[in-house]
Design a protein around this ligand. Structure first.
Ligand code: ADP
Length: 352
């Protein structure tokens, strides 16, 4: 028997009238995996989650849970737990009643229901709030209540739609770590929608990067970070994202601002884009002459905006006071930190 919480999505497309919200996506989520759907607004993440939940039906393709085709099943027959961005709590019900709601729907016996509600509330530390109404809770407590209502179902599959986006920055960080621990301890599969690449990188075991209704790359955060497969992905992942500089190939050697770079590709000629992460740029006395345009002091590190004859770059350095605005410096980077992309297609080029 297949383990619980396996999700398979095959060639799933969704049209809203003329709008192709999803152009045909394929992915496989392993039991117990934390899988993020990451991408900019309007790229099809929520559409995908709603299709998994059964709140919408695909125009084409199949969805399988643990090997069973659920494509035609309505939400109430799918055994999934969903947490919405808005929490979707019932304001006139107590926390206890809100958490119990899915069990009421399933006609669970009263004593079992009471036990499971207490247990779910304990798992997110809101057992002392069970008699309050959502209006009497803080944003963070409402979020926990929504999580408890998902936990109480004891489903193997959690679907979460930007569940942290209504929390302030500090609480979001704390809750992010708790959510990951909770998912591990419950052993459930989690599908997590976010437009925040940092959230996806920190939470996910693997992620699918969505753009324009398509999945452009699937992999672990480390894989996608280390080898973005296109200019679009390179420009989306990382904070700040990778520097992308126009260059050209001369007999297979990339030439940036008139200087050959110390690597080669199979392709001989053409327009390319050279990518280097801000953390991989060294500011010092050797390399290409550059000028410090702006220093963004982040406390224990800084982002330096620099201009050089190849354009503008951002570098991340440990010491905000190391360089001043207006200073003439030099920038350099190692061959191992260079990413190359074909300018026309946007595809990654492999070093030969
Ligand atoms: P994301 O969650 O990545 O922000 P969505 O999945 O919500 O993106 O939307 C993908 C695309 O489909 C967008 O262009 C959006 O405007 C469109 N869309 C989503 N839902 C509907 C709908 N009910 N009717 C028409 N267009 C929709």
């Amino acid at each position: 028997m297949t383990a619980r919480g396996h999700v398979k999505v095959e060639k799933v497309a969704k049209l809203h009238g003329q709008v192709a919200a999803l152009k045909g996506v394929d992915f496989d989520i392993r039991p117990g995996e934390f899988f993020a759907l990451l991408g900019p607004s309007g790229s099809g993440k929520s559409t995908t989650l709603r299709l998994l939940a059964g709140l919408d039906k695909p125009t084409r393709g199949r969805i399988l849970f643990d090997g069973k085709d659920v494509t035609a099943l309505d939400a109430q027959h799918r055994d999934v737990a969903m947490v919405f961005q808005s929490y979707a709590l019932y304001p006139h019900m107590t926390v206890r009643q809100n958490i119990a709601f899915p069990l009421e729907m399933a006609k669970t016996p009263k004593t079992e229901m009471a036990e499971r509600v207490e247990d779910a509330a304990r798992k997110v530390s809101i057992q002392h709030l069970l008699d309050r109404r959502p209006g009497q809770l803080s944003g963070g407590q409402q979020q926990r209540c929504a999580l408890a209502r998902a936990i109480v179902r004891r489903s193997g599959l959690f679907l979460l739609d930007e569940p942290l986006s209504n929390l302030d920055a500090k609480l979001r960080l704390e809750t992010r770590a708790e959510l990951k621990k909770l998912q591990r301890s419950l052993g459930v599969t989690a599908v997590y929608v976010t437009h925040d690449q940092e959230e996806a990188l920190t939470l996910a075991d693997r992620m699918a990067v969505f753009m324009e209704g398509e999945i452009r790359q699937i992999g672990s955060p480390a894989e996608v970070f280390a080898r973005p497969n296109s200019i679009d992905i390179a420009g989306f992942i990382g904070s700040p994202p990778m520097n992308l500089m126009k260059a050209r190939l001369d007999n297979g050697t990339p030439v940036l601002a008139g200087r050959p770079l110390p690597l080669r590709v199979k392709q001989q000629a053409g327009e390319i884009v050279v990518g280097v992460r801000p953390s991989a740029i060294t500011i010092g006395e050797e390399g290409m002459p550059a000028r410090v345009d702006l220093v963004e002091n982040l406390g224990d590190n800084a982002i330096f905006d620099l201009s050089f004859d190849g354009g503008l770059v951002r570098a991340r350095g440990p010491d905000p006071l190391a360089f001043a605005e207006g200073q003439q410096v030099a920038i350099s980077f190692d061959a191992k930190d260079i990413h190359l992309f074909d300018a026309a297609s946007g595809h990654r080029l492999e070093a030969a």
